[in-house]
Design a protein around this ligand. Structure first.
Ligand SMILES: Cc1cc2nc3c(=O)[nH]c(=O)nc-3n(C[C@H](O)[C@H](O)[C@H](O)COP(=O)(O)O)c2cc1C
Length: 206
């Protein structure tokens, strides 16, 4: 059943001054209350001609600059981002009836940051990252499994290094919207828009 947790926000005089603080706080709560993976989010990109495409990725961090996910730097999404370095994210927490929308410029995270995250992945996922030419045509399932076996042999008995073609992106937002479901579709929408060095906070009609 949908739960409306955020009645109190109507009466709050001030929201947190920073959308990252609020997003981290909500994510932490939702990781314990949502029955499904609370870090799953939609990533929308557009190609050079402006045509959009969207897919799910996992949110791996919210720092004071933006929202981080990891992927293959030669994938379709990465080709889009090379041609058009803007992206949108959409997170939906169904049980809590909440949505976060993030829009902004994209940048690659540092090699050190990608290395650090890659090291935390299971060996199978590390090998999978090497094996997948993400978004390229795959002639057969067997071809993929052959590559996995070949890569297992290549790194046998030693740690799997991060492939150069795999790493993180950070969406550095211009705009972050928090949507809280409310009775009778009178939802609460709180938007942070970048304003100089800080943020302007406003509400929108639902
Ligand atoms: C719940 C979920 C989480 C996913 N997380 C990631 C992810 O973190 N990184 C990634 O590259 N692909 C992830 N995928 C796969 C992507 O949705 C997509 O198939 C893949 O990245 C290729 O997209 P592209 O061809 O548009 O580049 C995930 C899929 C699902 C359903």
């Amino acid at each position: 059943m949908t739960q409306f947790h955020h009645e109190h926000r109507f009466t709050m005089i001030t929201e947190p001054t920073d959308p990252f603080v609020l997003a981290r706080e909500l994510l932490e709560q939702r990781q314990t209350t949502e029955p499904t993976d609370a870090t799953a989010m939609t990533l929308a990109t557009a190609d050079a001609s402006g045509r959009p495409s969207a897919r799910m990725v996992l949110l791996k961090g919210i720092d004071d600059r933006g929202f981080v996910f990891f992927t293959n730097y030669e994938s379709r999404k990465s080709m889009d981002l090379a041609a058009n370095p803007f992206a949108a994210l959409c997170i939906h927490w169904a049980k809590a009836a909440e949505q976060i929308r993030v829009e902004g410029r994209i940048e690659r995270v540092s090699d050190a940051e990608s290395d650090a995250y890659f090291e935390t992945r299971g060996r199978g996922s590390q090998i999978g990252a090497w094996a997948s030419r993400q978004s390229a045509p795959l002639p057969s399932r067997e071809a993929l499994l052959d590559r996995v076996r070949e890569i297992e042999r290549r790194f046998e008995g030693r740690p799997v290094p991060r492939p150069e073609f795999w790493g993180g992106y950070r969406v550095v937002p211009e705009r972050v919207e928090f949507w809280y479901g409310q009775e009778n579709r009178l939802h609460d929408r709180v938007v942070y828009v970048r304003h100089g060095d800080g943020w302007r906070v406003e509400r929108l009609y639902p």
